[in-house]
Ligand binder design. Structure first.
Ligand SMILES: *[C@@H]1O[C@H](CO)[C@@H](O)[C@H](O)[C@H]1NC(C)=O
Ligand SMILES: *[C@@H]1O[C@H](CO)[C@@H](O)[C@H](O)[C@H]1NC(C)=O
Length: 302
């Protein structure tokens, strides 16, 4: 029994040992999909499982957008990785300081002329994570109670695309306001993918300082806090309406004055009136300055 198992083991062992070398060169990698953080080192592994040739030819190609280029050729680091990488035993490539432009596919190719199977290659995809930069945030300065309001946050550098979080007076807004007793009465929704924070009906309690944070696996960044005021009444609306009313009042007054003057001079002298009218529109008709209603008109225009 024990002898039979021993023989079985020996047969298995020798088959594992012998089949590869009879097939020739075989490559293997520890990771076919590799994530690295920008500005950190990363090693792409190209392990030689079996080979008989003493001096195999090793090459690495970078394939970006379907276009291949050499990064290791004729025993030298070349192209995009020149001075930024080195080859490590057996055929690994070590990038000292990855950059976002290193995101690509890399192919390790080994040619072993003395082997029966004299070529193998392995494809590794490298993705370089990029830390988000400070996002651009837009927070309305003043809103009215009961109206809708939207705060926006956008960051374009981070890779993978960051997720957004919003903070109100330095406290994170929960994704769902109903989940927190503090925000249970707030009507906001947050879209963590687009960075939008929307209030359906702004409340007095929603006033305060807001900032947004963009975060991915490489890191996070946030914009400076900005104040959002909430008013009970539409102050801007009232101001605009007052302005409009004032303009209407001025126009009507001017029109009445003009009509009155027109009537006045028409009864006295036709030619004098026609001659003077354009000058009066500029409010510099000093000839009539002693007439009370004209002084009134001029002061309005000035
Ligand atoms: C990596 O490269 C960046 C610029 O490309 C440089 O600022 C940084 O200091 C480098 N880091 C290391 C560890 O060499
Ligand atoms: C939310 O509204 C309810 C009912 O109007 C009120 O009783 C409660 O105090 C409010 N909660 C907060 C945190 O404002």
């Amino acid at each position: 029994m024990a002898i039979a198992r021993l023989i079985a083991c020996f047969v298995l062992y020798s088959s594992i040992r012998h089949i590869p070398s009879s097939l020739g060169v075989i490559l293997r990698t520890t990771d076919k999909i590799v994530w690295a953080n920008e500005f950190e080192p990363i090693e792409l592994t190209c392990l030689i499982e079996s080979i008989s040739t003493n001096n195999p030819r090793i090459e690495w190609k970078k394939i970006k957008n379907g276009v291949p280029s050499y990064v290791y050729f004729q025993n030298r680091i070349a192209g995009d990785l020149e001075h930024r990488a080195q080859l490590r035993e057996p055929a690994n490539i070590l990038i000292f300081n990855t950059s976002r432009s290193d995101t690509a596919e890399y192919r390790c190719e080994v040619a072993a002329i003395d082997d029966q199977r004299d070529f193998d290659e392995i494809l590794i995809s490298l993705a370089v994570r990029v830390k988000p930069v400070v996002p651009r945030c837009s927070v309305p300065v003043a809103v009215t109670v009961g109206t809708t309001s939207e705060l926006r946050c956008l960051e374009n550098e981070g890779f993978p695309a960051p997720q957004y979080r919003w903070f109100h007076n330095n406290e994170e807004l929960p994704q769902d306001p109903k989940s927190s007793p503090k925000f249970v009465n707030s009507s906001y929704t947050i879209n963590p993918d687009t960075g939008g924070l929307k209030f359906r009906r702004v409340r007095k309690e929603d006033a305060g300082e807001y900032y947004c944070q963009a975060k991915n696996d490489a890191g996070h960044a946030q914009c400076p806090a900005q104040m959002m005021e909430v008013y009970d009444v539409d102050i801007l609306g009232i101001f605009l309406k007052s302005c409009a009313a004032l303009v209407v009042f001025i126009c009507v007054t001017a029109w009445i004055c003009l009509a009155y003057k027109h009537g006045c001079f028409a009864s006295k002298d036709h030619t004098e009136n026609n001659y003077k009218l354009p000058a009066q529109d500029d409010g510099v008709d000093y000839g009539d300055a002693d007439e009370g209603h004209f002084r009134h008109k001029s002061s309005f225009i000035i």
